[in-house]
Design a protein around this ligand. Structure first.
Ligand SMILES: CCC[C@H](O)CC(=O)SCCNC(=O)CCNC(=O)[C@H](O)C(C)(C)COP(=O)([O-])OP(=O)([O-])OC[C@H]1O[C@@H](n2cnc3c(N)ncnc32)[C@H](O)[C@@H]1OP(=O)([O-])[O-]
Length: 717
């Protein structure tokens, strides 16, 4: 709803009221229509201010209403009504003006913003475009290039940047509503005719064709297969080339197509899933809303390789004092330089001073005695980590949380080396750790709810989406990656090429196919893990393609034996022009090697099509996701989907693997897995898991109902 009052004698003040972000629900839209009517018909009122309750202007259309038929006044005529008002209307922008919220402000005749307010049109992240006139008004106000940038990236700008762009008329550091009321008084006598953005001509640009071609190329590159960014460019093109009314018609058509697309549904699901994972629970019954996190003022990061450096930067940027530790003096010096320049670059981007005084460096563990939390980021070597946890346990003050940035090792084993296993959790960051938004928080069987709450909260402070998961090999993300990678290798053995597999996966929407991704992250990483797992030893009398009783592909190991570790050595699944080169080129040597391998093992290459690549790679991964749910390692499908979209470049417009399974149809996923498992009975990851069968038997319920079919966590409290 919206509240109305008259202030300073002649200003009608409309306050949007719908906590927490004053989204434009049916009631709010009705409230705006009614209160605007009141203000315009009150003869004492000379000008109007629209603001939001509780320091937030408006977070946009109410996304929750998108899944049901529209009720209440529609937004487009509402904003048109504001714009055509005969009295000047001023938007007082505090907190946020996003999506429909900014579109409402664009319909106002003046915009006054707080310097720290965030403004933007983020609809593209919801699979939509700014469909309440935003795609038509914004380019008219700030020009086509700036509008293309804001609308296709969905990025937020501060009030200060908005002023530079010409998006707002004035910025203040004081009380925005007071300033807006003063402003409204000053323009009360000026008819707003010349202030209606829809009547502005779109600023001319010397080469519109080149501009739009470039924009289209960029959006296609950034989000392969996503409809919304393309539609955003098309809508802005309409603004630049058509009269306003026709542009609005084009915006409406494009919006209608997007609105009913599966992609918009997937991205809106992802929006709510990101928020749902914050409401974590543990099998013990402990929950996010009943557990208080511990305070973390000072933290120590041990091991300053790529991960440790990124984690240190993320902590400092979150305001935590950091002791960064590395035993090798040369590496310590290199890390210090790298961290300082990362902090300086980050501070420059955010327009603040780098917090270099928040971090100090140490080559020994002594400072651990005085910190609230330690994050260990040394090599993925269990013996090394265990030793470290023993030492930390003896050295740290009581109550210090001990966290491991392991990407898949057993958190319980680490905890058992300490005096207080309840203080131990996994904090699995993703590289680069100061950039990637995902954090897997891994609770072991003895982790206390407070330790989990502390890691979750710290992740949030670092600007990450933290997902609490149970302890198992690879946790959620890497556990699901294993069958996906395996299928890709098997497909090579059976007749295809890395280029074809990558092409199929990239067309699906992954930024990189599995082989290009492996080359980038280094083939030797997995090789070392397989070595440690004893998988490199072929038992006498057994085929090299069978290990531990199951089908195994030695292809990756064979490449590593040749020193082909991927990009860093200039050779891997592809060839590169030099070690460290980035452009992957097909490698005739690799094709010959595959042929030789098949001959050696009596394999006859057969034609593998697009569908088989996609189904075997993705359905095997999804099947593992169902197993993870069945095992209670993830609390719900949203947790898995958030992990995959934010940590493994799963295309957001496909929601995440579990959401995608629902989109494909659980029955179909089950049938195809059964088919492939029949063809390859020696690949256990293709055997459909029981939960998938159970869901199909129960009529394939939608993803938000799956939790009803999972084992209820048992309370041990
Ligand atoms: C014709 C229409 C055309 C138009 O162009 C379409 C649009 O406007 S599309 C819209 C374009 N707008 C956007 O895309 C903006 C989307 N919103 C955001 O980006 C962030 O929420 C915001 C920056 C506003 C606040 O961040 P923060 O402070 O970290 O807080 P938080 O994120 O944790 O959210 C708190 C709670 O509010 C909830 N909620 C939030 N927004 C909406 C909404 N619009 N609706 C409903 N609910 C919304 C959110 O789910 C959460 O609920 P819960 O039950 O507590 O989990």
């Amino acid at each position: 709803m919206a509240q109305y009052s008259r202030v300073s004698g002649t200003v009608g003040l409309i306050t949007l009221l719908n906590p927490p972000v004053n989204a434009l629900s049916a009631a709010v839209r009705q409230g705006i229509v009614d209160t605007l009517d009141k203000a315009l018909s009150d003869r004492k009122v000379k000008s109007v201010v629209i603001c939001g309750h509780n320091g937030k202007f408006c977070g946009g259309a109410d996304i929750r209403e998108f899944s049901s038929p529209l009720t209440g006044p529609p937004l487009i005529p509402l904003i048109q009504g504001v714009e055509s008002a005969a009295k000047p209307v001023v938007a007082a922008i505090d907190g946020v003006a996003l999506g429909g919220g900014l579109e409402l402000a664009l319909g106002c005749h003046y915009r006054i913003a707080h310097s720290k307010a965030r403004l933007g049109l983020p609809e593209v992240h919801l699979g939509l475009l700014p469909g309440a006139g935003g795609s038509q008004r914004l380019p008219r106000l700030i020009g086509v290039p700036a509008a293309l940038d804001l609308i296709t990236t969905g990025r937020h700008v501060t009030g200060a940047e908005a002023l530079q762009l010409g998006l707002v008329d004035k910025v203040t550091d004081r009380n925005t509503v007071d300033e807006a009321v003063k402003f409204a008084l000053s323009v009360a006598d000026q008819p707003p005719n010349s202030r209606r953005v829809s009547t502005f001509p779109c600023p001319r640009h010397p080469d519109l064709d080149a501009l739009f071609e470039g924009a289209m190329q960029r959006v296609r590159q950034r989000a392969r297969g996503a409809l919304a960014p393309v539609a955003c460019v098309q809508a802005i093109r309409a603004a630049a080339t058509l009269p306003y009314a026709q542009g609005m018609e084009r915006e409406r058509e494009l919006m209608a197509t997007l609105f009913t697309s599966g992609q918009a549904r997937a991205q809106q699901y992802h929006f709510f899933a990101q928020r749902a994972v914050g409401r974590w629970s543990m099998p013990s019954g402990a929950r996010w809303d009943t557990t208080k996190p511990g305070a973390v003022h000072k933290a120590m990061v041990i091991g300053l390789g790529t991960m440790g450096r990124g984690i240190s930067v993320a902590l400092v940027q979150a305001g935590v004092s950091v002791v960064a530790m590395e035993t090798n003096e040369k590496q310590l010096m290199e890390a210090k330089q790298a961290i300082s320049s990362m902090l300086e670059r980050g501070a420059k981007r955010r327009g603040v001073a780098p917090a270099l005084d928040k971090i100090r460096y140490s080559w020994n563990m002594e400072p651990a005695a005085d910190v609230d939390l330690v994050i260990e980021a040394v090599f993925e070597d269990m013996a090394l980590k265990k030793k470290l946890f023993q030492q930390l346990s003896a050295l740290c003050k009581p109550g210090t949380f001990l966290c491991s940035n392991t990407s898949g090792l057993d958190v319980d084993q680490l905890a058992s080396e300490t005096r207080h296993p309840e203080l131990v959790v996994g904090m699995h960051f993703f590289a680069p750790a100061h950039v990637m938004k995902l954090l897997e928080v891994v609770y072991g069987s003895r982790s206390s709810p407070q330790a989990v709450a502390t890691a979750m909260e710290l992740g949030k402070r670092m600007g990450k989406v933290s997902v609490a998961v149970g302890n198992c090999r690879g946790f959620v993300g890497n556990r699901m990656l294993k069958p996906y990678l395996e299928q890709a290798f098997f497909l090579l053995e059976e007749g295809t090429t890395p280029e074809f597999v990558d092409q199929v996966l990239e067309e699906f929407g992954f930024a990189m196919g599995v082989f290009r991704m492996s080359d980038l992250s280094g083939l030797d990483v997995g090789w070392r893990v397989r070595k440690a797992d004893g998988l490199l030893n072929v038992s006498e009398g057994h085929s090299a393609r069978i290990r531990q009783g199951c089908r195994y592909s030695p292809l990756g190991d064979l490449l590593c034996e040749q020193g082909r570790f991927g990009q860093k050595t200039g050779r891997g699944w592809y060839q590169y022009d030099k070690p460290g080169g980035r452009v992957a080129k097909p490698d005739p040597w690799l094709h010959g090697f595959l042929e030789k391998f098949r001959t050696q093992h009596g394999l006859v290459a057969h034609r593998i099509d697009h569908q088989e690549v996609l189904e075997r790679c993705l359905y095997a991964l999804m099947n593992e996701g169902f197993r993870i749910l069945e095992d209670g390692i993830a609390a719900g499908p949203e947790d898995i989907d958030v992990i995959y979209v934010l940590g493994y470049s799963w295309p957001p417009h496909r929601g995440g693997p579990m959401f995608y399974a629902g989109m494909v149809g659980l029955q179909k996923v089950l049938e195809r897995l059964e088919h492939y498992h029949q063809e390859h009975p020696d690949i256990p990851s293709l055997k459909p898991c029981n939960l998938l069968r159970k869901l199909v038997v129960n009529g394939s319920p939608p993803v938000h109902k799956w939790r009803e079919f999972l084992k209820k966590p048992q309370s041990q409290l």
